[in-house]
Design a protein around this ligand. Structure first.
Ligand SMILES: NC(=O)c1ccc[n+]([C@@H]2O[C@H](COP(=O)([O-])OP(=O)(O)OC[C@H]3O[C@@H](n4cnc5c(N)ncnc54)[C@H](O)[C@@H]3O)[C@@H](O)[C@H]2O)c1
Length: 363
């Protein structure tokens, strides 16, 4: 499978139309029908911006799903499928996923299986989707509290990024995007932790360059390893503990965004790197600083650490019974899929919780 996705990036001042992007990507005339998938929030805040840009001859129709992770379920897949059927969708229907990572994961999944596959494009509206989820062709839904357990690889025809959508994004979801940016600062010299410490809002002129760099880093890894068998695993930095933390929060009814959970996972996994593979102390200090400034004060509730165990043992990255994570060596080079001794996991989680408690006491 080859990644054939095209990415177009725009910032507020050069708000160009989606029709232009469709034409440039040479897919503007290939469809006789388009359907837009939105969630309740992007229907309200983002659809009005996009509506003005849709190609005139196409009759547009909208499917609205609930917002947040609760939309990544079989029940919602069934609902979207029914609506596609009701709209008479064919393989010449283009599905436009207008939303955050939930909409692109869900919409991409439905598009990949409906009538054995219809084309889709992603128009990301959250920071997380702009820097990560909208590219790479991973689609999927959750199963009970297991994240992304059911999914496919299927690339969007086009990813259309416009930072103007971010003006209505809630703060906790801004932090969520920052969590995924944190990952890029560890895996590539193109983005530094200092860059992220400076970044404050969607109006920051440094934002678009950071999005551009993130997407280039991800795109490169996806091209080398589209089916996530080896090099692409690098994008899983922080995700072993992060996913378990996120799932334990979901199970305990604690509000937690994906990227906030990833940031927690990054701190815990860097701690493991410092114990197991000589991750340098000065680098660990930078990681702690960014975490304490931008994430730690905002975790309102934490799950019981024991609640993470079942999710750690079922992580997709595991081999046999071993829990695997991406660690870093003494030269800050990543070590892909390093088995983690079972005793180190609670120690790393303890370090994470102490760091959060310490930061809360100082604010
Ligand atoms: N496929 C991938 O490669 C990949 C990578 C990373 C994450 N993900 C997935 O992405 C999901 C998280 O994505 P997310 O953080 O974008 O979550 P999300 O899609 O739930 O969006 C976050 C919240 O912000 C709202 N929102 C989005 N854009 C908005 C806007 N412009 N204005 C106002 N509200 C807006 C949404 O309605 C939602 O309530 C997770 O399910 C995760 O598993 C997928």
């Amino acid at each position: 499978m080859k990644s054939n996705q095209k990415i177009f990036l725009f910032e507020d001042s050069t708000f160009q139309t989606l029709s232009d992007a469709l034409l440039k990507a040479q897919i503007g005339n290939a469809f006789n029908d388009l359907i837009i998938l939105v969630d309740e929030n992007t229907a309200l805040h983002c659809y009005p911006l996009l509506e003005k840009q849709l190609p005139q001859p196409l009759q547009n129709r909208i499917i609205v799903v609930p917002h947040g992770e609760s939309a990544k379920t079989m029940a919602v897949v069934s609902d979207v499928t029914q609506k596609l059927l009701r709209f008479g969708s064919t393989r010449n229907t283009l599905l436009i996923n207008l939303g955050g990572g939930v909409v692109s994961d869900l919409g991409g999944f439905v598009a990949s299986v409906f009538k054995r596959g219809i084309p889709y494009i992603n128009v990301p509206t959250s920071l997380l989707a702009m820097v990560d989820a909208s590219v790479g062709g991973k689609t999927g839904i959750n199963f009970h509290h297991y994240k992304n357990l059911i999914g496919t690889f299927c690339f969007p025809e086009l990813v259309y990024v416009n930072t103007r959508f971010l003006s209505t994004l809630p703060q906790n979801h801004w932090r969520s995007g920052m969590g995924e940016l944190f990952k890029y600062a560890l895996i590539s010299p193109e983005i530094t932790i200092e860059d992220l410490r400076q970044l404050r809002s969607e109006t920051d002129s440094e934002l678009l360059p950071l999005i551009t760099k993130s997407l280039a880093i991800k795109q490169k890894l996806v091209e080398i390893d589209p089916l996530d068998k080896n090099e692409r695993h690098l994008l899983n930095v922080g995700h072993t503990i992060g996913h378990a933390f996120e799932s334990a929060c979901a199970e305990s009814g604690i509000r937690m965004t994906h990227g906030e959970a990833v940031a927690a996972g990054i701190l815990a996994e860097c701690y493991m790197s410092s114990i197991m593979s000589g991750f340098p102390a000065h680098r660990m200090d930078q990681v702690i600083h960014l975490f304490v400034e931008q994430f730690a004060p905002f975790y309102e509730q934490l799950p019981d650490p024991m609640a993470m165990n079942p999710f750690l043992t079922h992580d997709k990255k595991n081999q046999g019974r071993e829990i695997m994570a991406i660690l870093f060596d003494e030269h800050e080079k990543p070590i892909l899929n390093r088995p983690i001794p079972p005793t180190l996991v609670p120690e790393a989680i303890n370090f994470l919780y102490q760091t959060i408690h310490g930061a809360r006491q100082n604010t």
